[in-house]
Design a protein around this ligand. Sequence first.
Ligand code: ADP
Ligand code: ASP
Ligand code: MG
Length: 426
Amino acid sequence: MALIVHKYGGTSMGSTERIRNVARRVAKWARAGHQMVVVPSAMSGETNRLLALAKELAPTKPSDDYSRELDMLAATGEQASSALLAIALQAEGMESVSYAGWQVPIRTNSAYTKARIESIDDKRVRADLATGKVVIVTGFQGMDELGNITTLGRGGSDTSAVAVAAAMKAQECLIYTDVDGVYTTDPRVVADARRLNTVSFEEMLEMASMGSKVLQIRSVEFAGKYKVPLRVLSSFTPWDIPIDEEAKSGTLITFEEDEQMEQAIVSGIAFNRDEAKISVMGVPDKPGIAYQILGPIADANIDVDVIIQNLSKDGKTDFSFTVNRGDYARAIDLLRTRIVGGLGAQDIVGDTKICKVSIVGIGMRSHVGVASRMFRVLAEEGINIQMISTSEIKTSVVIDEKYMELAVRALHKAFDLDQIPADRAR
Ligand code: ADP
Ligand code: ASP
Ligand code: MG
C-alpha cells in the first residue's frame, strides 16, 4: 500500500461530468489499496473569471494595491472544486474529506498572488488517511502567519501537489492534465510535437522556467529539492483503464542521468509571451549603472529576466532588460521616477510585443555550435533577434511576438524534434 498524490488541472475538473470521472479514477486507486491525497485546481476558466471581476471593479487601480483581496477571491475557485470532488467521491461510495489550505494548514509567506510554501503540517491528513478516507487538499492556496489566505501564482496547484507529496514522502505525485505528457514543445502550437517518455529534471526545470506551462516552475523546483517522483499524464484516458497501464503512461521526470542513453542535443522548445522589454537609452556608462537601474526594480519585487548592455559610445550606453508583462507598467513608472531622480538617461522605451523562444537540452553541454545553429535557422526565416541569453543547457532569444509560432515550428523541425530518436523509440 502506497501513499500517492494526484493533481487534476482545470480542464480535468471542468464540468460535473469530468469531476465525476476524476472521482471514479481516484476511487479506483483507493480501492486498489493506495492511500490517496488529491489536489484539484479550480474549474477551467474560473480563476480568470474571478480576476476579471476584480479588474471590472477597480479598472485603474494597480492590482498590487489589493493583492490580499485578490487572493481571498481567487482561492474560492479551488475551494469550490475541492468540495465538489469530495462530494463526487462520496457519491461513488468512497469516504472523502476536503481541506482548504488554512485547514491543513499549508503555511506560506505573505507575498500575495505569488506566495511561497514554507511548511505543511500533515497530521490531520494522515489521521484521515489512516481511517481510509480520500483526502482532498485544496490546490493553489495557503495561509500566512497572520492567517491571511494566500495564493501561489498562476498554475500553482502543481506546486501544492508536489509540496504535499514531498511533505508526506509520497511514493509518487501524478499530475493529471489535458495532454498526455510533456512534449518536445506545446502540442497546441506544433502539431508534430512528440511526447517524451522521460525528461530529465534539469530539462524540465529549464522548460518550465522558459515558459512551458505544463508544470509550474516551483513545482519542478520542489520535486528536485525533495526528489519527488513526478509524472505528467492525461486525465482523459478512460477512468477504468488498468492501474498498471495508467501508472506507466505519460512522462516521467527523471533525476538520474542515464549514461547509456545518447542524450538528444535539444530535447524541447519553450516559449513565453508574458514578457515585455524595457530599454534605458543613453545612460552614462560608469560603474554601478546596472545596479542603479535594476536595484529599485528588485526592491519592488519585480523579476528581471534577460539583460543586455550595449557597447558604450561617447560615454553613454543603452541598457535593456525584460520583465513580466504584468509588472511592465510599474517598472516603467519606477524608472521614469529615477530619471527625474538623476539616473541621467536620455529616454526610456518599452515594447510589450515581444516573446522569448528557448531551446533546451542537456546534450547542449557536450555539443558546440548549437546556439549558432539556432541563430542560422532564425536568420533563414528572416527573424531578427533582439536579445540572447544562454545557460549550459539552454539558449533563449527575444524576438518580435508576431514571429513566435514561425520560430518555434522552424526550430522544432531543424533540431529533428519531430523524429523519434532511436534510443527513445518504444
Ligand atoms: P492544467 O490545467 O492541467 O494545469 P495547463 O493548461 O496548466 O493544464 O498545462 C497543460 C498545457 O500546457 C497543455 O494543454 C499544453 O497546451 C501546454 N504546454 C506547453 N508546453 C507544453 C509541453 N512542452 N508539453 C506539453 N504541454 C505543454
Ligand atoms: N487555478 C489556478 C490558475 O488558474 C491554479 C492552477 O490551476 O494551478 O492559475
Ligand atoms: Mg497548470
